[in-house]
Design a binder for this molecule. Structure first.
Ligand code: KG4
Length: 343
């Protein structure tokens, strides 16, 4: 076995964050992300604007990631990049950049599934003394973001099975849309989270789905929220202003209950006590509290990544790339980006 130093550059551009990270021998040296404020005015990500912003950001972001890591590009062993799923125009910027740089340096390319990256974010290791316990296999991962809500059975780095997923909207999407109909702003997640801390979670009740297995559904909740709000606004045009904290707290509680009910059932049936949380919605205080509550009540060992590794980031792409590098699992130059695919 060779003792050669392995340096992986990770690139993420699947949605509205341009990110680059460097991992050297399994340790994260840099993780630089440029977010795109341009979408705020539109209440959601505008794909065309996102890909243009990626084009502006990709060179300076990669440059900063290399500089902060103290690495020059000739030291890179491979380039890992998000190949999908995501917005096609956004993905193409990162994928094309990764291909061009890898070809010019004559080094291998590693394609990473964005969702697999979110799950493997739990294995990002920062330089000592920072360290957090790594989940042992098998573990369950609740992956909740703006585009996904899934329960993943993680058997190994390279062996994951989605055992449940949303059949319509994702949890983050539902929260964002409810925030939008209340005129509270975008993205709604952090706004709802902040308001919910001052509200009564039992103030209102909204419909919960009844679907079999470990699958989720959030479109019924969104509709129930919208219809109730419409009725309340008829009686009081300032209803949102008067009750936004209680609305936020009740919405958050409903989403968290839906997520945890299925996760708890999966953990019980599969007899798994190591349970992880991943994706942008894992920043949510109510969801984090529910995880801690389940740890106390059901003896779970829980794994919640640092905030910067829950939202879209290249560190998770680089660590996934490092595992795939060890397996010599490279991808050919002609591998296209893909917008939709399972883990
Ligand atoms: O994983 P992510 O950064 O992007 C993708 O969807 O790929 O997740 C973004 C989602 C958005 O729906 C956002 O509103 C939600 O995560 N989010 C939150 C919080 N912070 C971000 N949802 C609830 N509470 C939060 N504190």
């Amino acid at each position: 076995m060779s003792n050669k130093t392995i340096v992986i550059l990770g690139i993420e551009s699947s949605c509205d964050d341009t990110s680059a990270a460097v991992i050297k021998d399994g340790v994260l040296l840099s993780n630089v992300t440029a977010s795109q404020a341009v979408h705020e005015a539109y209440g959601g990500v505008v794909p065309e604007l996102a890909s243009r912003a990626h084009q502006l950001n990709i060179v300076p972001v990669v440059d900063q990631a290399l500089k902060r890591a103290g690495v020059v590009k000739d030291e890179l062993s491979a380039i890992a990049f998000t190949r999908g799923p995501g917005l096609m125009g956004s993905l193409l910027v990162g994928v094309s950049f990764a291909k061009g740089l890898a070809a010019s340096l004559g080094i291998p390319m590693i394609d990473v599934n964005h969702l697999q990256g979110h799950v493997l974010a739990h294995f990002i290791q920062e330089p000592p003394p920072a360290s957090s316990p790594l989940p042992p296999f098998p573990f369950l991962c609740l992956l909740v973001s703006g585009g996904n809500s899934q329960i993943v059975l993680v058997k190994a780095y390279n062996d994951m099975q989605i055992i449940g997923q949303t059949i319509d909207d994702a949890a983050g999407e539902c929260i964002d849309k409810c925030s939008k109909v209340m005129g509270l702003g975008y993205p709604g997640g952090p706004i709802i989270d902040r308001l919910a801390r001052q509200g009564n979670p039992e103030a209102y009740s909204f419909s919960k789905p009844a679907i079999p297995g470990y699958d989720y559904s959030f479109s019924g909740l969104k509709t129930s929220f919208l219809y109730n709000l419409r009725d309340w606004l008829k009686d009081d045009p300032d209803f949102v202003d008067h009750h936004k904290e209680d609305l936020a707290a009740s919405l958050e509680k409903t989403v968290v209950d839906i997520l945890m009910n299925k996760l708890r059932r999966a953990a019980k049936n599969l007899k798994i006590k190591h349970v992880a949380l991943a994706g942008g919605v894992s920043a949510n205080t109510g969801l984090r509290n529910a995880f801690e509550d389940h740890a106390r009540r059901y003896g779970w060992t829980i794994y919640i990544p640092k905030f910067s590794y829950t939202t879209d980031n290249a560190a998770m792409i680089a660590i996934t790339g490092a595992f795939k590098y060890a397996d010599r699992d490279f991808c050919p130059m002609e591998a296209p980006a893909y917008s939709r695919v399972a883990i």
